[in-house]
Design a protein around this ligand. Structure first.
Ligand SMILES: Nc1ncnc2c1ncn2[C@@H]1O[C@H](COP(=O)(O)OP(=O)(O)O)[C@@H](O)[C@H]1O
Ligand SMILES: O=C(OP(=O)(O)O)[C@H](O)COP(=O)(O)O
Length: 396
């Protein structure tokens, strides 16, 4: 596999697949630019080595072709500021305008292509579409780790049209950090799993049971565990058909000698809103009409004690509905203790993408943990042991 450090970009147009699928607010402003900032080393390396960058990405999941909400034009100004140079924009990712802009691109210049998913061919992995895209550049740089689990035209299929395929720094760092966790973790190794759905995280939880010393379960998914054990969870999040599975996980943890830790208390609300009435109750004792939206203070203390003694920490999924400030207290507290373990116990801490990364970054802790992944689903699939199509395409 060619790397950014060994490839000579001088006079070359690099077609770089990035994952600029960033959250935008109603004014189309970026609310978390982690994924963009993560690509600075890759793009800077290409530009300073005498190359030009043609950036291609998706944004959201547009269903019906071009849509204002999902246009990458909203990223042009922020990108210019981040990269400190003008960014040209092709309002269609293929076709005449994109071809002309790409052809006239000079070394040191950046061209951004419009959302790839405005063509349904992208997600279908259409070969002709991939070939059209490939004609825009001389070398393909794959740096969209967050989308590397998708076998789409620009992430997996396009590679066949290039002799020169280069793995970007984001991809490399993500893979190295995930490997470090899976293969060389210092002990005690603690995984903190949270977020909404057990079904999404089932496989990774099972895989982690082979590796970790402690498995902490918080957030929305913990209520299914509680219910399955006979607890009362009111109208808290429940995946009814996963109850049996949670009991199996508890048994499996026991048989493997893994310390599986569940919340002991929970902050409940009478409504799914920031301003709902709140109280703290024991886990499994949630009255009817109430729902658990955060872990309670005793749980924070219990989880913190384990995390602060850990040498390796993987955190994926918030401890509560952190989007509501009144229910972000548990998630913030865990973020703080992960930082403390990193700084004071010299722990290696990896925050696994998506909402957990936003929670850590928004709390201002992004620079104080060992690594914040840009991948949500991609990281989980990688850690489950799957071969990601976007990684495989670089080797083919
Ligand atoms: N107790 C809860 N009840 C309802 N939703 C929850 C609860 N705890 C966490 N969540 C929600 O889970 C979502 C994040 O879940 P998930 O997508 O699995 O995490 P990540 O993106 O970090 O992998 C957040 O929107 C959060 O509000
Ligand atoms: O945001 C992404 O994934 P994530 O929500 O798992 O972090 C990627 O950009 C992939 O997007 P997709 O899940 O619409 O294919």
């Amino acid at each position: 596999m060619k790397t950014l450090d060994t490839y000579d970009f001088s006079g070359k147009k690099a077609l770089v697949r990035v994952d600029f699928n960033v959250p935008l607010n109603e004014k189309f402003e970026i609310t978390d630019d982690t994924r963009i900032k993560a690509t600075i080393p890759t793009i800077t390396k290409i530009l300073t080595s005498g190359g030009a960058c043609i950036l291609m990405s998706h944004l959201g999941r547009p269903k019906d072709g071009p849509t204002e909400k999902y246009s990458l034009k909203h990223l042009v100004n922020p990108l210019s500021l981040i990269f400190g140079r003008p960014v040209k924009f092709a309002s269609d990712c293929i076709g005449e305008q994109a071809t002309e802009l790409a052809a006239s691109l000079q070394p040191g210049e950046i061209l951004l292509l419009e959302n790839l998913r405005f063509y349904k061919e992208e997600e279908k992995g259409n070969v002709e579409f991939a070939e059209k895209l490939s004609k825009l550049g001389d070398v393909w740089v794959m740096d969209a780790f967050g989308t590397a689990h998708r076998a789409h035209a620009s992430t997996a299929i396009i590679g066949q049209f290039f002799t020169d395929k280069v793995c970007g720094y984001v991809m490399q760092a993500e893979i190295d950090n995930a490997q470090r966790l899976l293969e060389h973790a210092e002990r005690p190794f603690t995984a903190i799993m949270g977020g909404a759905k057990i079904s999404d995280k089932m496989l990774i939880i099972e895989r982690l049971l082979d590796t970790v010393d402690n498995l902490i379960i918080g957030g929305g998914m913990s209520y299914t565990f509680s219910k399955a054990q006979g607890g009362q969870i009111g109208k808290s999040l429940l995946e009814a058909d996963k109850q049996e599975l949670t009991l199996e996980l508890i048994e499996k943890a026991k048989s493997k000698g893994v310390n599986l830790i569940l919340p002991v208390d929970t902050v409940i609300a009478d409504d799914f809103s920031n301003d709902a009435a709140r109280q703290t109750v024991k886990a499994g004792q949630i009255p009817d009409g109430w729902e658990g939206l955060d872990i309670g203070p005793e749980t924070v203390a219990l989880f913190s004690d384990i995390v602060s003694k850990s040498k390796t920490i993987l955190w994926n999924g918030p401890m509560g509905v952190f989007e509501f400030p009144n229910f972000a207290i548990g998630t913030d507290a865990i973020a703080k203790v992960v930082v403390k373990a990193t700084e004071e116990n010299d722990a290696f801490s990896l925050i696994g993408g998506g909402d957990s990364a936003s929670a850590v970054n928004n709390a201002g802790y992004g620079d104080r943990v060992s690594y914040v992944s840009t991948g949500g689903g991609a990281l989980l699939e990688y850690m489950e042991g799957k071969i990601l199509p976007g990684v495989a395409a670089l080797d083919a």
